[in-house]
Ligand binder design. Structure first.
Ligand code: GUN
Length: 293
């Protein structure tokens, strides 16, 4: 079994981006600029956004953090989105999700100029991704593709099971793994809460991407010997022995599954660090104006 070290790969990719930014700046080009909007004080979102700002520093990007209290109206938030759309200095921006319940997330996502949508959530980017056109691909699936590539994991003709059908992980992951490319060319099955025989589907899989948000859902009896296991789960399970009060727990029962497989991502340190790294790659592409002029 080989452990997929997402933390190490993410550091490597960020250093590669930093080198490219240094070259851009040396050539008289502007530093890529990422802006992030954070609404409210959700613990998870605060951590994610702080890590995104930190990653921008490592990559040599300019970053701007815009904070609003949870009682901001949808109109006020949409006005800020419009302002960022029109700000020529901002190459790309994100609105951290989830948003408070009184704000319609889809309205906000669709208000973002797709040419600055470095999260890849706008329907134009989602649609372009599905038909294989250049676009901003959402961070988690893109990070997983990068891991498969950097570990030279064969995907062509493999049977892949994606557990979960979310718009930001399951659906795009399935579309990308079936695309005519490397990584890709897989035969993909998407399983969800209404799938019959999930265990049997998993047992037939060469690659499992677990993105259900159910801690330790995938057990050893569900895994074919030699399978590749990608764990996207990051549930905060209460743990009084830790200073933080929680343990980040994946969707895979790591201790019993790891000995059976060929490659596996740990939690933490697997897919998680790659997610931010993908956002940095999209920001670089936005700064270079290579996807959309
Ligand atoms: N919340 C959880 N993941 C993400 C992400 O990738 N982007 C944004 N904007 N919000 C998130």
């Amino acid at each position: 079994m080989q452990l997929i070290d997402g933390k190490a790969i993410a550091e490597q990719v960020k250093q590669e981006i930093a080198a490219q930014v240094a070259e851009m700046v040396a050539n008289g080009q502007k530093r890529p600029h990422l802006a992030a909007i954070l609404v409210g004080h959700d613990g998870g979102s605060e951590t994610y956004v702080a890590n995104k700002v930190k990653a921008c520093e490592v990559c040599g990007f300019t970053s701007t953090l815009i904070r609003f209290e949870a009682d901001i109206t949808e109109e006020e938030l949409l006005a800020k989105v419009k302002e960022l759309n029109e700000d020529d200095d901002v190459d790309g921006f994100i609105v951290q999700l989830p948003l408070p319940k009184h704000i319609n997330e889809q309205h906000v996502i669709e208000a973002i100029d797709y040419r600055k949508d470095v999260d890849g959530f706008h329907p134009i980017n989602v649609g372009r991704m599905n038909i294989g056109l250049p676009c901003f691909v959402s961070a988690t699936p893109n990070g997983i593709l990068e891991l498969l590539k950097r570990y030279n994991i064969e995907t062509k003709g493999k049977k892949c099971v994606v557990l979960g059908r979310s718009n930001i992980v399951g659906k795009p992951m399935a579309a990308l793994l079936m695309q005519k490319a490397y990584p890709g060319d897989c035969t993909v099955t998407v399983c969800h809460s209404h799938t019959a025989n999930i265990k049997e589907e998993c047992q037939a899989a060469d690659i499992i991407v677990a993105a259900l948000g159910q801690p330790e859902f995938v057990t050893a009896d569900m895994v074919k010997p030699g399978a590749v296991i990608i764990d996207v789960g990051t549930t905060r399970v209460p743990d009084s022995t830790r200073k933080s009060g929680f343990k980040l727990t994946g969707d895979v029962k790591f201790d019993e599954v790891a000995p059976k497989c060929s490659f596996i991502t740990p939690v933490p340190g697997g897919v998680g660090p790659m997610t931010i790294c993908s956002l940095m790659k999209n920001t670089l592409l936005a700064g270079e104006k290579v996807i959309y002029k």
